[in-house]
Design a protein around this ligand. Structure first.
Ligand code: FPP
Length: 250
């Protein structure tokens, strides 16, 4: 039986979150949507601190999807400014805490300034051994697979890659999440129950957790609830329940 089965009832090693509900949180209070995003950043900080304390290996946050460019220009520009100011403000603290920062997505669409801040943050923290904090920005799961297929096709054409011997593990290496552990727990706040083109390939065996709590109201206690729920799930990875129970009793 594979080692995967031993993951039952342990903490997730990699958590990914769709941070949904900032706009509605603000609207309920008759505030501009950007105030909701500001509060959303505070929730993100709480998650980062929790995962650092609990020694979770990786936290991946969906900050901006490939489709979010369709929002009003002003909101897009404010989210971008928030991204820059958050990185500038938090980087030193994250570095001190051993956090390794990564940004996945098509960064070419970002301003020079944002690209520079991201590159600097990734470089400064690249050898850190603590939590890997990944921000998915201008990210889409299909885009991730597309860029992987393009890279693989080029190597097939040059003869560096043999398509007949390609394994699923090889494909993992071409995705932007190559440096991350297997995704265990996917959380979406804000009440919608869909994956919205997030980590499509990586979600294959992740446990899904949906909550109606709006992202700015999501705190450490709520994350703990999600983790407790995760720990109570039986992860079978294709095995039967009897096999799992038999394995556990050995
Ligand atoms: C979804 O809420 C949220 C976003 C599209 C943006 C999230 C961005 C941040 C929290 C800032 C970036 C964070 C870091 C750590 C740099 P929504 O606006 O879709 O909410 P709604 O569904 O209620 O309208």
């Amino acid at each position: 039986m594979s080692n995967d089965v031993e993951l039952i009832n342990s903490n997730p090693q990699h958590i990914a979150i769709i941070m949904d509900g900032n706009g509605r949180w603000a609207q309920k209070r008759h505030l501009p949507r950007i105030i909701g995003h500001n509060e959303g950043v505070k929730s993100a900080h709480k998650m980062i601190q929790y995962c650092t304390e609990k020694k979770i290996l990786a936290l991946t946050l969906f900050a901006f999807s490939s489709e979010n460019w369709r929002r009003p220009k002003e909101e897009v520009s404010m989210i971008m400014s928030l991204f820059i100011s958050t990185l500038e403000k938090e980087l030193e603290k994250w570095h001190q805490q051993g956090i390794r920062f990564l940004c996945i997505g098509d960064k070419t669409a970002f301003s020079e300034k944002l690209q520079q801040v991201i590159a600097h943050s990734e470089k400064k923290t690249q050898y850190n051994q603590g939590l890997t904090l990944t921000i998915a920005a201008n990210y889409g799961g299909r885009w991730d697979m597309k860029q992987a297929f393009q890279a693989m096709s080029k190597q097939i054409l040059t003869g560096e890659l043999n398509p007949d011997s390609l394994t699923e593990t090889d494909i993992d290496k071409y995705l932007t999440t190559a440096k991350l552990p297997t995704l265990d727990l996917f959380i979406r706040t804000g009440g919608e129950q869909r994956v919205s083109n997030f980590l499509l390939w990586q979600l294959a065996y992740a446990e899904l957790y949906f909550t109606s709590v709006l992202w700015p109201d999501f705190n450490q206690a709520k994350l703990e609830e999600a983790i407790i729920c995760f720990r109570g799930r039986q992860r079978r990875f294709g095995h039967t329940e009897a096999q799992i129970l038999n394995n556990q009793s050995q």
